[in-house]
Design a protein around this ligand. Structure first.
Ligand code: HEC
Ligand code: HEC
Ligand code: HEC
Length: 424
């Protein structure tokens, strides 16, 4: 099997050899040049697609060489270390051809035949087409090779077992390139392809069982394995479903990390910063069209007015004091926020959704929305973990979950303590 960049190398050689030898007619030179251009074009397309897949995000350590691997991913099954995928012959994928690469991306098999762990989201990347995979490979081949050996994974027994992984695959891995739905628009199909494939939104937004498996791709929300973050449902309008937002608002959140309703934080801010902000307007719009179509309809029966027991009212009133002292300056007296700067807390689903985890973490650790071309100098929120005690954090989160028409369960100091953890 010839690999595609082999053909590209050939064409470059032809140009060098023939031009040097003065052998080519002008027409032949033009033809050879066109071949080389299409090579450059493929590499450029591959770079773009690698962005869409956030390959660099996982395959690079902080401060390390791009794509040289070494980043540690903690999961309940142990610690995985991402491998070097630069074209170094000894420590990277320098000896791979495009078929080897396809086997990895599409089937989750390494060059030596070993089944790869789904910490590498090939369960999603399997939807990527062969031409797109070839372009990504051509791009990776064009990178400077980096000599950096892969440290071993530290996988807990019994998960370090290929037979078990084989069983896992038969149950939870559906191999297959994305098949367009002819009854839907081109945009919708493009969006579906990106969200379910390279974008690997499922990897976080789909609930996992104890085996880390998911069979559907419904993106109905779940705690991200090995981290202390909840990735909200992309179908429920009570969480992160966007069926009630305009295409423009959805696109704005995806490409800039912030819009009038919401702000991305934690792992989602990372995805926007490392990947989504680089996508073309057309691709972002397509994702928005697809995501908007996913939404369930919200139950429109009005909520009954609640009568809060006196004790609950007192608890929430304590939270209001904390809010007025520490939070109001930025988020506003009525939780209205400042558009494009401080997110509103009134009507904000990150605050009211059933899981209070992310809201608690925002208060404990603060954070920044991603810096993007559309929002280059984001305003941040200070961390409060050393500043206010757990009981007060519990009170203030309970308050913002129940003020200004918001409605959510109360949060206890234990909930706050259980939300600690430094992942991300
Ligand atoms: C969420 C993190 C993550 C992302 C995103 C990711 N990878 Fe990986 N990748 C891994 C891990 C972990 C492994 C190691 C799996 C194993 O050894 O079983 C891996 C393995 C691989 C391998 C196999 C290397 C070998 O030596 O067998 C290739 C090739 C690869 N990734 C390419 C890519 C490409 C291309 C992308 C983007 C489209 C990508 N990865 C995105 C985590 C990631
Ligand atoms: C690494 C895990 C991860 C991946 C991959 C990921 N998300 Fe998220 N996403 C999260 C987390 C955690 C949150 C909750 C924090 C927040 O609201 O920003 C979130 C929140 C969101 C929100 C709601 C933001 C808000 O505040 O209302 C949307 C919409 C969203 N994600 C869409 C996507 C799409 C589309 C993709 C794929 C391109 C994707 N996510 C991939 C982890 C992830
Ligand atoms: C200096 C201004 C500032 C102060 C003070 C502040 N915040 Fe924030 N807050 C922000 C910014 C900016 C963000 C977006 C952070 C991000 O994207 O990670 C934010 C995000 C949040 C979020 C997450 C919202 C979402 O959509 O994901 C919550 C919840 C929150 N703040 C609550 C509070 C509470 C409670 C206090 C007081 C204890 C407080 N904030 C104090 C600026 C502030």
């Amino acid at each position: 099997m010839r690999n595609s960049s082999g053909a590209g190398l050939m064409s470059k050689w032809l140009i060098i050899v023939c031009v040097a030898g003065g052998l080519l007619s002008p027409m032949q030179t033009a033809l050879a040049q066109a071949l080389a251009d299409s090579d450059a074009e493929q590499i450029q397309r591959g770079e773009y697609l690698a962005r869409a897949g956030n390959c660099m995000g996982c395959h690079t350590t902080r401060g390390g060489e791009p794509y040289a691997g070494g980043r540690k991913l903690n999961t309940p099954f142990g610690q995985f270390v991402t491998p070097n995928i630069t074209p170094d012959n000894e420590t990277g994928i320098g000896r791979w051809n495009s078929e080897d690469f396809w086997q990895a991306l599409h089937y989750g098999k390494s060059k030596d035949g070993r089944y790869l762990y789904p910490a590498f989201p090939y369960t999603e990347y399997t939807k990527v087409t062969r031409p797109d995979a070839d372009a990504i490979f051509a791009y990776l081949r064009s990178l400077p090779p980096v000599v950096q050996a892969n440290p071993p994974h530290k996988i807990n027994s019994p998960y370090d077992n290929q037979a078990l992984l084989f069983l896992w695959r038969t149950r939870y891995f559906n191999e297959g390139v994305y098949q367009p739905d002819k009854s839907k628009s081109d945009e919708w199909n493009r969006g579906n392809y990106l969200v379910q494939g390279l974008g690997h939104c499922n990897a976080c937004h789909t609930p996992r069982n104890v085996w880390g498996g998911s069979r559907d791709d419904k993106m109905s929300g779940g705690k991200i394995m090995g981290t202390y973050w909840y990735a909200p449902s992309l179908v429920s309008p009570l969480e992160a479903g966007v069926s009630e937002w305009s295409i423009e608002d959805i696109a704005k959140l995806l490409s800039t990390g912030i819009n009038g309703h919401a702000v991305t934080s934690g792992p989602m801010a990372t995805i926007v910063r490392q990947s989504l902000q680089y996508l073309s307007d057309y691709d972002i719009r397509s994702m928005a069209v697809y995501l908007q179509s996913l939404g369930e309809k919200r139950d429109s029966t009005p909520r009954k007015a609640r009568k809060m027991p006196e004790q609950v009212r007192q608890y929430i009133a304590l939270g209001q004091e904390v809010y007025e002292k520490h939070c109001q300056d930025c988020h506003g007296k009525s939780g209205e926020g400042v558009p494009g700067i401080y997110p509103p807390l009134a009507g904000n689903r990150s605050v009211t959704m059933i899981s209070p985890l992310n809201a608690i973490r925002s208060v404990l650790y603060g954070g920044y929305p991603p810096a993007t071309a559309g929002n280059p100098r984001p305003y941040g929120m200070p961390p409060y973990q050393h500043f206010i005690r757990d009981p007060e954090i519990a009170q203030v989160v309970s308050y913002i979950r129940n003020a200004w028409g918001n409605y959510g369960s109360l949060v206890s100091p234990e909930d706050v303590d259980n939300s600690r953890g430094s992942e991300f």
